[in-house]
Write a protein that binds this ligand. Structure first.
Ligand code: PBG
Length: 324
């Protein structure tokens, strides 16, 4: 054969492959989600997320310092609210001395430079496990948005760098931006879960926080996974309303959406590799059916290749160790 172009030339050795690799993961790409619970010395494994833990604040601080020392720049906080503090209005979410607010303060105190992002939604605080206030069988939009805006201000007061509304109510980004502005929090960022789909892959997360919806599902607010054009509408509106970063969630079944979003907006795009995606790799690896480390790096590289500038993942620590 007299071939003019031989594509295998650039695949011959690890050195040449490294030279021409188009997508490179780096520690600053990752956002590490953390599940925080009351108590001291608590580190409990989440049964459907093996190797991942709910921790009390003291243990969380050790974890955050380790993440920072590895080069990870941000954490995304979720708290497990005690049952007796839950109600329909998510009242506990606004408690200046609540677990979330105490966690933010403790982390900013222990590791001031790490970027603290906070989940903003009512589900961990709701007796119904829904992201908003329930009236009859409905998750009501506008009253929920008011609480989300107050919650965001409360997180900013405690020291959060970026609030991350994950609720999918209409108009919440604008309401949060206005509330932050009128409270003087002009340096607080908003990472909007803009294209968040109603997905079965959130199952293990709801175990972690005991936040599964008590009735119905989340399809009246989270997106239908049949839709692509709608994702662009959602992200464009969130950018117009003041989002600093937009997010697509989940990832592996939504790589087309990540790419399409990346091509359409002028802000950083994040992607959330969710609990069910973590659990699938863990379970298959445990059975000996997948090489865990290879599955982690291949998955995260594909998410970045699809267009994600940032990746929230339960594998953040593993990934950084694997790429260093
Ligand atoms: C709640 C929230 C969820 C996740 C992040 N924030 C669950 C849900 O919407 O039911 C899922 C994260 C994961 O599965 O890892 N607002």
């Amino acid at each position: 054969m007299h071939l003019i172009r031989r594509n295998r030339i650039l695949r011959q050795t690890p050195a040449i492959r490294a030279m021409v690799a188009e997508t490179i993961l780096r520690p600053a790409d990752f956002i590490a989600p953390l599940f925080i619970t009351e108590g001291t010395g608590v580190r409990e494994e989440i049964s459907s997320m093996q190797g991942y833990y709910r921790m009390s604040i003291d243990k969380t601080l050790l974890e955050v310092k380790e993440l920072w020392s590895l080069g990870i720049k941000s954490v995304l906080l979720f708290i497990k609210c005690k049952d007796e503090l839950k109600d329909n209005m998510g009242t506990e979410a606004l408690n200046p001395n609540g677990l979330m607010q105490r966690s933010i303060k403790a982390i900013k105190n222990a590791c001031p430079d790490i970027v603290v992002m906070t989940d903003v939604a009512l589900d961990p605080f709701s007796t119904y496990g829904h992201d908003g206030i329930v009236e009859g069988n409905e998750i009501v939009n506008d009253p929920t948005v008011e609480v989300l805006a107050q919650m965001s201000v409360s997180h900013a007061e405690a020291g959060a760098d970026i609030v991350a509304p994950s609720d999918m109510m209409d108009g919440r980004i604008l309401a949060i931006r206005e509330a932050l502005e009128s409270s003087g929090f002009t340096k607080t960022g908003i990472m909007a879960y803009s294209a968040k789909y109603a997905s079965c892959f959130y199952g293990p997360f709801r175990d972690a926080l005991d936040s599964a919806p008590g009735f119905g599902d989340k399809k009246t607010y989270q997106m239908d996974y049949a839709n692509r054009v709608e994702a662009i509408k959602e992200v464009m509106m969130d950018v117009e309303e003041g989002a600093d970063i937009v997010m697509v969630k989940p990832t592996m079944a939504y790589l087309d959406i990540i790419r399409e979003v990346r091509n359409n907006v002028d802000v950083p795009v994040s992607a959330y590799h969710v609990s069910g995606e973590y659990a699938m790799i863990k379970a298959a690896a445990k059975m000996g059916w997948l090489d865990e480390n290879k599955a982690i790096i291949e998955s995260l590289t594909s998410i970045k290749r699809a267009g994600a500038d940032l990746i929230a993942t339960y594998f953040a620590k593993d990934a950084v160790k694997l790429i260093s």
